[in-house]
Ligand binder design. Structure first.
Ligand SMILES: CC(C)(COP(=O)(O)OP(=O)(O)OC[C@H]1O[C@@H](n2cnc3c(N)ncnc32)[C@H](O)[C@@H]1OP(=O)(O)O)[C@@H](O)C(=O)NCCC(=O)NCCS
Length: 193
C-alpha cells in the first residue's frame, strides 16, 4: 500500500480520519466526555491544516484508491521527557491504521516509512508514547524495534493516563527501510490539479 507525505489539501480528510480512528480505538475504554474533549482539541480542519503547515511536522499517509486509511504524524522537536536519550529525536506523535487493514502489515509499511524519513533527515532516534492499556500497539512497536524507556503521563480531556515511553535508535541504514520513493529525501510530491 502506497505511503506518501500529506499535502495541505489533505487537511479535511485527515481531520475526519483522525477523529474516526481515535473513536474506533478508544470508545468504551475512555469516558465519552474526556474522549470528546480530546477530539475537539486535537482534530478539525484548523488543527490538521496547522500541523500540515508546521515545518517541524511531517504527516505520512497510507492511501488506497484515493482514500486515506492510515497516518503517522512526526514532529521534530526536543523531547519533554528526560528518558529520551537522543540528540536529534523525532517524535511519532500519532500513529493510526484503519481497522480494515489491521494484521496485514500496513502498520509496518507506515512505520518503515516514518523511520526512513527520520533517519534520512539525520535524526538519531525516534520516540513515542503508547497507552499502557494498548497491548497490541505495544507488541507492534516492539516488533518495529522500539524498547521501553519508562512510564510517562498523557492527558485526555480531564483525565491523566499512564503511558509507556518507547524509544528506537536510528542510524544511516534505517534511511533505506522503506521502499517507498515518496518518502525518500528530496522527494517533492507533484502537485495534483
Ligand atoms: C497498532 C497498529 C498500528 C498495528 O498495525 P498493523 O498494520 O495491524 O500491524 P501488523 O499487521 O504488524 O499487526 C500487528 C499485530 O496485531 C495482530 N493483529 C492486528 N489486527 C488484527 C486483527 N484484526 N485480528 C487479529 N490480529 C490482528 C497481528 O497479527 C500482528 O501480530 P503479530 O505481530 O504477532 O503478527 C494498528 O493495529 C492500529 O492502528 N491500531 C489502532 C490504533 C492504535 O492503537 N495506534 C497506536 C496508538 S499509540
Amino acid at each position: 500500500m502506497p505511503v506518501r507525505i500529506a499535502l495541505p489539501r489533505d487537511a479535511q480528510a485527515l481531520a475526519l480520519l483522525g477523529e474516526r480512528l481515535w473513536r474506533e480505538t478508544y470508545t468504551g475504554l475512555i469516558p465519552e466526555s474526556n474522549l470528546n474533549l480530546h477530539l475537539a482539541e486535537t482534530f478539525g480542519l484548523a488543527q490538521q491544516a496547522a500541523e500540515l503547515a508546521d515545518p517541524a511536522c511531517t504527516m505520512l499517509v497510507l492511501e488506497e484508491a484515493g482514500q486515506l486509511l492510515g497516518y503517522a504524524l512526526l514532529q521534530n522537536h526536543p523531547s519533554k521527557w528526560a528518558q529520551v536519550p537522543f540528540v536529534r529525536p523525532m517524535e511519532v506523535v500519532r500513529f493510526y491504521v484503519d481497522r480494515s487493514l489491521h494484521g496485514r502489515g500496513a502498520g509496518g509499511q507506515l512505520m518503515a516509512a516514518a523511520l526512513s524519513h527520520a533517519a534520512a533527515r539525520g535524526h538519531d532516534g525516534a520516540w513515542l508514547q503508547v497507552w499502557d492499556q494498548n497491548p497490541r500497539a505495544i507488541r507492534f512497536y516492539a516488533k518495529m524495534g522500539f524498547t521501553d524507556a519508562g512510564e510517562v503521563s498523557f492527558r485526555i480531556g480531564e483525565q491523566v493516563d499512564r503511558d509507556r515511553l518507547l524509544v528506537r535508535p536510528l542510524d544511516a541504514r534505517d534511511a533505506t527501510l522503506s521502499q517507498d520513493s515518496s518518502v525518500e529525501p528530496g522527494f517533492r510530491h507533484p502537485p495534483r490539479l
